[in-house]
Design a protein around this ligand. Structure first.
Ligand SMILES: [Zn+2]
Length: 320
């Protein structure tokens, strides 16, 4: 494709078709080691998630980014099914999640940097394994990865994590695939950005998730000054307990005018109890209902286009 494109589970599409985009979601979390350890994560009913995605589409939503990477509950076939049923584009990740979502004997600890790189590149260029890299037999589906993920906690990086960074950036450089990270409570977000820069990643195509859980405006600025993108998803989390200060809304108000091209948003509804179709709340459409009024109240309505269109489009376009 000559034009700028993003890689959806159903194939490459021009960036113009990305439309209104949520930058960090959980659409399918399959029965897995992760869901056995954290049963509230099980999210594998295609009919239910499709129902909620249809409501998202009806409200103007066009693209979501699934964020369960290799062997942590990813199911490319179900994601393709949900995308077909709802009309919503779904970007599927390769890469690897936090250590807690894998057994201690997992291949992530025994494979070399080059072996990991090869597995990630094959997900992006050939198709995601039907068995999600869970067994010795690999059967590639036609559904390719459109993003690569890594995750660190709130402590300094381990040698193992540094190796994962290198494998992820190798894949990014070889294929042009954009990068998303998990930062837990955002404490190592600046260190992540610094290491990506050092390794030669294009920070326009790198987004650090959950940075709004770090309750410091100065820290947000320090991270954004590197040029990296951030993803904020805690608006509804602060609201769960009345009287708690809403840091996410505070950051939006202060930072949108200063860093208009770097902020994206999502719901990150990893728990099935957040889904209306599972009988929970607030549901996927929360941001579409809440954020426009908030921005209007603050005189910031022009940034709607940035948060949900321009910024995710630049981020998730493949780098040439
Ligand atoms: Zn997540």
């Amino acid at each position: 494709m000559d034009k700028k494109f993003f890689r959806s589970v159903l194939g490459d599409k021009p960036v113009e078709e990305m439309g209104l985009t949520y930058a960090h979601e959980h659409i399918i979390i399959e029965d897995s080691y992760a869901s056995a350890k954290y049963p509230e994560f099980l999210l594998n009913d295609v009919a239910k998630v499709s129902q909620e995605l249809k409501a998202f589409y009806a409200a103007g939503g066009r693209t979501v980014v699934d964020t369960m990477p290799s062997n942590a509950g990813r199911n490319a076939l179900k994601l393709a099914e949900a995308s077909k049923a709802s009309g919503v584009n779904i970007i599927v990740p390769t890469g690897i999640h936090l250590e807690v979502y894998y057994p201690q004997s997992h291949w992530r600890y025994t494979y070399t940097e080059d072996q990991l790189t090869d597995l990630f590149i094959a997900d992006v260029e050939e198709g995601i394994d039907e068995f999600d890299y869970g067994a010795p037999i690999i059967k590639r589906t036609p559904h390719k990865a459109g993003m690569i993920k890594l995750a660190t906690g709130d402590d300094a990086f381990t040698k193992h994590q540094e190796m994962i960074f290198r494998a992820v950036v190798n894949t990014h450089k070889a294929t042009g695939v954009p990068i998303l990270t998990h930062t837990n409570f955002g404490r190592q977000a600046y260190e992540q950005a610094k290491l990506f820069k050092q390794l030669g990643a294009d920070l326009k195509h790198v987004v650090l998730s959950h940075v709004d859980r770090n309750q410091s405006l100065d820290y947000q600025k320090k991270v954004l000054d590197t040029g990296v993108k951030v993803e904020y998803d805690s608006t509804f989390r602060w609201m769960k307990n009345p009287g708690v200060f809403n840091w996410t809304l505070h950051f939006l108000e202060e930072l949108l005018p200063l860093y208009p091209n770097q902020i994206t948003m999502g719901m990150d509804m990893a728990k099935n109890a957040y889904w209306k179709s599972y009988g929970g709340k607030p549901g996927l459409n929360f941001l579409l209902e809440y954020i426009p009024n908030f921005l209007a109240e603050k005189g910031l309505s022009d940034y709607w286009q940035k948060i949900f269109f321009d910024n995710p489009h630049e981020l998730y376009a493949f780098k040439k």
